[in-house]
Design a protein around this ligand. Structure first.
Ligand code: RFL
Ligand code: PHB
Length: 399
C-alpha cells in the first residue's frame, strides 16, 4: 500500500494528512486534475476499513463521488431511499423525501465501502500514500514552502510542498497545530451516546426509522438487504461489555414498539460500539498554507446523517480552489474556501442539533422542555412546510 519512494526527502504539490474519506477523496479529485498529492495516514489500511461509521449519502455526495470516478459499485450496490420514518411515542410520520423536495433522494451505502472504493482507485492509479506514518508534524505554514515530517520504520522523512491539508479527523494533529494561531472553536457535547450494532440480518423495514421513546432514541438502518445497522441511545459512561446481543435486541424492540418489533430479525452482532455525540466547529478553516477539512474541522451528532456528507462538500470546495491555485495561478478560490465551507457547515450543524434535540431523551429536561419536543413533532405532523424543511436538509443543501 505504501507507494512513495523510501527517499527521506521528497517534494509534492500537496500533502494530505489522513486517509479517511476526506483525504482519499481529495487525493482522487486532485489526481484527476493532474495535481500531485501525497497522503500520510497514521493507521494501517485494514484499521481504516474496520471503522463502521456513516451510512447515508446525499445526492450531492454521490455526484462528487461520480466526478471522482468511484461510483461504479455505489450505483450497483447502493440503495436509493425516497423517504424515512419518524416514530415519536408510538406515532409514525413518514417524511417523503422525494415528494417534498421535488424528486431528491438519498443513497444508503456505507462509509466503509466509499473508503474501500477510493483506496482501490488510489492503488490502481499508483498515487503516493504512506500508511502507518508516525509523528506527523506540520511546519512553516506561514511560508509559501511549508513542509511535513513523519517517521516510517524508524526513519524520519521530510516532505516539502505548496499546500498542506488536514484531513486527519477530530483527534488529528492538524487542528492542534494551529490551536494558538487564532483558531476559535464552538462546541456542544450531549449527555448520552449511541450504542450501534451491525448484524447480517435483513433490515426490519425498507426505509430508515428514527424512534423517540421514553426509554431513549433508537435508529433502524441498514447497509444492504442482508445487513442491518441498529442504534440505541445509551449512557455516556456505558460500556459495550454491558450489552450482550440479547440485551441489545430486547432494548431495541421495546423502543421501536410492537408493530416494528415484529419485523426485527435478530442475529449475532458482527460489530458493536459506543459513539459519543458532539457538535463542534473550528473557525477559520485556513491558516496560511494549511487547510482543515472534514472531521478535523467539525463534528455533528450522527442524527442527521451529515458527518460524511459535510466532509465531501468541504473536499469539493477545496479541490476546486486548489485547481484554480495550481492550474490557473489564482488564489481567489483558496481565499474563499473557509467562508464558503463554513456557510454550509453551520447549516448542517443546525440541522443535526435540531434532529438530536427532537428525538433524544434528555434526563435533565424540565416538563416545559419535554412539551417543546412534543410540540415540535406535532408541528411536523401537521405542517407540510415543516416537513419540507426537514426533507430539504436531510437530502442535503446545495454544494
Ligand atoms: P476520519 O474518517 O476520522 O479520518 C481521519 C483519518 O486521519 C487519520 N489520522 C492521522 N493520520 C496521520 N497523522 C495523524 N496524526 C493522524 N490522526 C488521525 C485517522 O487514522 C483517519 O484515518 O475523518 P474524515 O476523513 O474527515 O471523515 C469524516 C467521517 O469519517 C465522519 O464525518 C463520519 O464518519 C461521522 N460519523 C458518522 N457520520 C454520519 O454521517 N453518519 C454516521 O452514522 C456516523 N457515525 C461517525 C459515526 C463518526 C464516528 N467517530 C469519528 C467517532 C460514528 C463514529 C464512531
Ligand atoms: C447509519 O446507517 O449508520 C446511520 C444512518 C442514519 C443516521 C446515522 C447513522 O442518521
Amino acid at each position: 500500500m505504501n507507494s512513495t519512494p523510501d527517499n527521506p526527502s521528497s517534494r509534492h504539490q500537496v500533502v494530505i494528512i489522513g486517509a479517511g474519506p476526506s483525504g482519499l477523496l481529495l487525493g482522487s479529485l486532485l489526481h484527476r486534475a493532474g495535481i500531485d498529492a501525497l497522503i500520510l495516514e497514521a493507521r494501517s489500511p485494514d484499521y481504516v476499513l474496520g471503522r463502521i461509521r456513516a451510512g447515508v449519502l446525499e445526492q450531492g455526495t454521490v455526484d462528487v463521488l461520480t466526478r471522482a470516478g468511484v461510483d461504479e459499485r455505489l450505483r450497483s450496490e447502493g440503495l436509493p431511499h425516497d423517504g424515512f420514518a419518524l416514530c415519536v411515542d408510538g406515532e409514525v410520520l413518514r417524511i417523503d423525501l422525494k415528494a417534498l423536495t421535488g424528486g431528491k433522494t438519498v443513497t444508503v451505502y456505507g462509509q466503509t465501502e466509499v473508503t474501500r472504493d477510493l483506496m482501490d482507485q488510489r492503488r490502481a492509479v499508483g498515487a503516493a500514500s504512506v500508511y502507518e506514518a508516525a509523528d506527523v508534524a506540520i511546519h512553516d505554514i506561514d511560508c509559501p514552502n511549508p513542509f511535513v515530517t513523519y517517521v516510517k520504520d524508524g526513519v524520519t522523512h521530510r516532505v516539502s510542498c505548496d499546500i498542506v491539508v488536514g484531513c486527519d479527523g477530530f483527534h488529528g494533529i492538524s487542528r492542534r497545530t494551529v490551536a494558538d494561531k487564532g483558531l476559535e472553536t464552538f462546541e456542544r457535547t450531549y449527555p448520552f451516546g449511541w450504542l450501534g450494532i451491525l448484524a447480517d440480518v435483513p433490515p426490519c423495514s425498507h426505509e430508515l426509522i428514527y424512534v423517540a421513546h421514553e426509554r431513549g432514541f433508537a435508529l433502524c438502518s441498514m447497509r444492504s438487504p442482508h445487513r442491518s445497522r441498529y442504534y440505541v441511545q445509551c449512557d455516556l459512561s456505558d460500556d459495550v461489555r454491558n450489552w450482550s446481543d440479547d440485551r441489545f435486541w430486547d432494548e431495541l424492540r421495546r423502543r421501536v414498539g410492537p408493530a416494528v418489533a415484529d419485523h426485527v430479525v435478530t442475529g449475532p452482532s458482527i460489530e458493536k460500539s459506543i459513539a459519543p455525540l458532539r457538535s463542534f466547529v473550528a473557525e477559520p478553516l485556513r491558516f496560511g498554507r494549511l487547510f482543515l477539512v472534514g472531521d478535523a474541522a467539525h463534528i455533528v451528532p450522527p442524527t442527521g446523517a451529515k458527518g460524511l456528507n459535510l466532509a465531501v462538500s468541504d473536499v469539493q470546495y477545496l479541490s476546486s480552489a486548489l485547481e484554480e491555485f495550481f492550474l490557473e495561478r489564482s488564489s481567489a478560490g483558496i481565499d474563499h474556501y473557509s467562508a464558503q465551507a463554513l456557510d454550509r457547515i453551520w447549516k448542517a450543524e443546525r440541522f443535526s442539533w435540531s434532529m438530536t434535540t427532537l428525538l433524544h431523551r434528555f434526563d435533565s429536561y424540565s416538563p416545559f422542555e419535554k412539551r417543546m419536543q412534543r410540540a415540535e413533532f406535532a408541528l411536523l405532523r401537521s405542517s407540510q412546510a415543516a416537513q419540507s424543511v426537514m426533507a430539504e436538509n436531510y437530502v442535503g443543501l446545495p454544494i
